[in-house]
Design a protein around this ligand. Structure first.
Ligand code: KG4
Ligand code: ZN
Length: 338
């Protein structure tokens, strides 16, 4: 156990298909290791059973690599943190069982972390940091919400998707175009060479700061079905323009609600978080809108946008300061309780 004044935390993330470990010392990230899982590619989506099995194979080498890179001995740790949920139960259990055992054997407290709140904590890793209260558009593979963040540990959801997440909208559209999973980064890549005004797709008009992406998928599906009837090579011939047009539809829709929320709440510090904030169009459009509206905009470094353990470590640091520890009876949760 760490007997010095330093706060040194090892954090593990295994909620979906990335096995990740990070080490944080006094609020500064010393190591951030991620092992992805290619095994899902050929299935067009994450296969939960295969994900848990890969986590089991990866977790020891990934944790070892993080400790080594940080130059930290496990006996120097003050605490061990882990993603508690939301996520795939089998995958979460791998990280939770591992960290429970480690915390017990080292005699240090365990800290359970909410994965979604941790995406927001990515903003506290580097400077400059947003000023409270700020709005954070959290866009990941499983969630899309607008959060009003009032402190490092407190936030309120003021808008969210009623069906698919933004990442799912990217991935499902990509699947319709015959692209591999996860399709979001590929759509982003092809869109760079395409004409975003070539095709228009519909988004649903749901109220307030909420989103709905299921209509977009249907709109793309019907459009492709009709177009392929006329030309069986339609998708191949128009791939880059399709990607650019789909990306523009999703990004414009995301920003429309974010702008409304910013204006109605009188907030000018605006942040992005989650895997989809790696999208180049979303990043540049946010910067553009921010300039127009005199916003201070914040986007985490690329490696802190997609799933990683540095954000879990950062969230754990604040929980450690508040002495918010979890017991050995901590359980994973697939969804947040409502
Ligand atoms: O936050 P994240 O890594 O995992 C979850 O917690 O879900 O987000 C993964 C999502 C996937 O849907 C992936 O397609 C999307 O983020 N994504 C992107 C890009 N990079 C990752 N979507 C669009 N453009 C990108 N460059
Ligand atoms: Zn995530």
């Amino acid at each position: 156990m760490n007997t010095s004044q330093d706060i040194v935390i090892l954090a593990v993330e295994s909620s979906c298909d990335d096995t990740a470990a990070a080490v944080i010392k006094n609020g500064k990230i010393l190591a951030n290791i991620v092992a992805g899982q290619d095994v899902h590619k050929k299935y067009g989506g994450v296969v939960p059973e295969l994900a848990s099995r890969s986590h089991q194979e990866n977790i020891v080498p990934v944790v070892d690599a993080a400790l080594k890179e940080a130059g930290i001995n496990k006996n120097d740790l003050s605490s061990v943190a882990v993603t508690q949920g939301p996520g795939l139960l089998g995958s979460l259990l791998v990280g939770i069982s591992f960290t429970k055992a480690l915390s017990l054997s080292l005699g240090v407290p365990l800290i359970g972390i909410n994965h979604l709140n941790a995406h927001v904590s990515a903003h506290y890793i580097d400077d400059p940091k947003p000023t409270f209260p700020y709005l954070c558009l959290l866009v990941s593979g499983g969630h899309t919400r607008i959060l009003k963040v009032s402190s490092e540990t407190e936030m309120e959801t003021i808008g969210e998707t009623l069906d698919d997440a933004a990442g799912e909208a990217f991935d499902k559209s990509a699947k319709l175009l015959g692209l591999d999973y996860p399709g979001g980064p590929l759509v982003d890549k092809f869109a760079k060479q395409g004409d975003a005004h070539k095709f228009t797709f519909n988004t649903s008009g749901v109220g307030e700061y909420n989103y709905s992406f299921s209509g977009l998928k249907t709109s793309i599906l019907y459009f492709l079905r009709d177009s392929i009837k006329k030309d069986e090579n339609f998708v191949e011939k128009n791939m880059v323009d399709l990607c650019a047009s789909i990306q523009k539809t999703i990004v414009d829709y995301l920003l429309k609600k974010l702008i409304l929320a910013a204006e109605e709440n009188g907030i000018r510090d605006i942040a992005l978080a989650g895997g989809v904030s790696a999208n180049s169009e979303l990043r540049s459009k946010l910067a553009e809108e921010g300039k127009l509206r005199n916003w201070n905009t914040f986007i985490p470094k690329f490696e802190y946008c997609t799933d990683n353990a540095a954000m879990i470590a950062m969230a754990a640091h604040y929980k450690y300061l508040n002495r918010e520890f979890s017991g050995q009876n901590m359980k994973p949760y697939a969804r947040e309780e409502v």
